[in-house]
Design a protein around this ligand. Structure first.
Ligand SMILES: C[S@@+](CC[C@H](N)C(=O)[O-])C[C@H]1O[C@@H](n2cnc3c(N)ncnc32)[C@H](O)[C@@H]1O
Length: 160
């Protein structure tokens, strides 16, 4: 995979050059959250449509509902979409355990992501399990058929 600059030159994407800084949560979460807030209806629609297509999935509370975010950075921008998705799932299936995978590059500041998302979700929900998937998403990150809903915010332009 490569990046193309304004003059058309290409360069390979290299490790830490892409990782958000430790201050990303305070630097960027305000405008990032503005972007996310425009998509809340779409996130709820995805859950509703999934329920229409697979109602039995929402009855199977032995298997946690798995949400994956690609390109979570330091996590502050992950809280709002996760909250919206979890609320939509729980509206349909109040007992459903939720497993959240925060994906970003291995060199990302994952501890900040876990802390921000835990702080944002724990007061609101029980039975939510937050995990990190530290892997370059230009390769397959999750085993086939193990994720119920995946999304990314301001990362789609990089996603293969
Ligand atoms: C523009 S930031 C968006 C961060 C956050 N989602 C937001 O809305 O503010 C893109 C994120 O994608 C991550 N990223 C870039 N390339 C990646 C790759 N190949 N695999 C996994 N994560 C990647 C970066 O580390 C960064 O955290």
């Amino acid at each position: 995979m490569s990046l193309v600059n304004a003059t058309g030159e290409t360069s390979p994407i290299k490790g830490t050059a892409r990782v958000m800084s430790e201050s990303y949560n305070t630097d960027a979460s305000d405008w990032s959250n503005v972007s996310i807030s425009t998509t809340q209806r779409d996130l709820v629609s995805c859950v509703t449509r999934y329920h229409e297509l697979s109602p039995s999935r929402f009855e199977d509370t032995d298997t946690p509902f798995v949400i994956a975010e690609f390109g979570c950075a330091t996590g502050a921008a992950s809280v709002l979409p996760l909250k919206v998705i979890i609320q939509a799932v729980r509206k349909l299936s109040p007992q459903m355990p939720i497993q959240v995978f925060l994906n970003d590059l291995p060199e990302n500041h994952h501890s900040l992501a876990i802390a921000a998302v835990t702080e944002g979700l724990t007061p609101l929900f029980e039975d939510v399990f937050i995990m990190v998937a530290g892997k370059d998403f230009t390769e397959q990150v999750f085993p086939a058929g193990t994720v119920d809903l995946a999304y990314s915010n301001m990362t789609l332009m990089i996603l293969p």
